[in-house]
Design a protein around this ligand. Structure first.
Ligand code: RB5
Length: 150
């Protein structure tokens, strides 16, 4: 499993914690986005790099971090094939996999503490998509992409 992890400057410190956590579990990581927390780095650029890793197949899933998680989640959800949920706790991180077959987890470094963030990462990476009625809804999302993305 390869996980792309990206952040703007506001998410940089939490990104380092997430990367260390993933590596400690033997998970391969592609780091994108800010290289320091000190100078402004656009969440748009950070989100695009992550979305390209996931949509190209370089990464299996992505973790997107900015100050609130809002800006970067908006950006990655512009890409066809990305289903990103902005989550604030372990439950929603689990549900974005189980009900939405999400492939990107977004979080806000100014919103969640480190322990919650790492618990969200673990939930997101271990939970399976439940399929059945949820598959119909995800397929309807895919149909919307086919309709609106030329
Ligand atoms: C950066 O200050 C902040 O605007 C950004 O990290 C994010 O919260 C935007 O949605």
């Amino acid at each position: 499993m390869v996980i792309a992890v990206s952040s703007d400057h506001a998410g940089y410190d939490l990104k380092q914690k997430v990367i260390a956590h993933l590596k400690s579990k033997g998970i391969e990581v592609i780091e994108e986005g800010a290289t320091t927390g000190d100078s402004p780095f656009s969440y748009v650029e950070a989100g695009c790099a992550l979305a390209e890793d996931v949509t190209s197949g370089k990464a299996d899933k992505g973790i997107a971090i900015c100050g609130t998680g809002i800006g970067i989640s908006i950006v990655v959800n512009k890409y066809k094939g990305i289903r990103c949920g902005l989550c604030n706790n372990e439950y929603t991180a689990r549900m974005v996999r189980q009900h939405n077959n999400g492939n990107v987890l977004a979080m806000g470094a100014r919103v969640v503490g480190q322990a919650v963030a790492l618990a969200m990462v673990d939930a997101f990476l271990t939970e399976e998509f439940a399929g059945e009625r949820h598959a119909e809804r995800v397929n309807d999302i895919i149909k919307l992409e086919d309709k609106f993305y030329k």
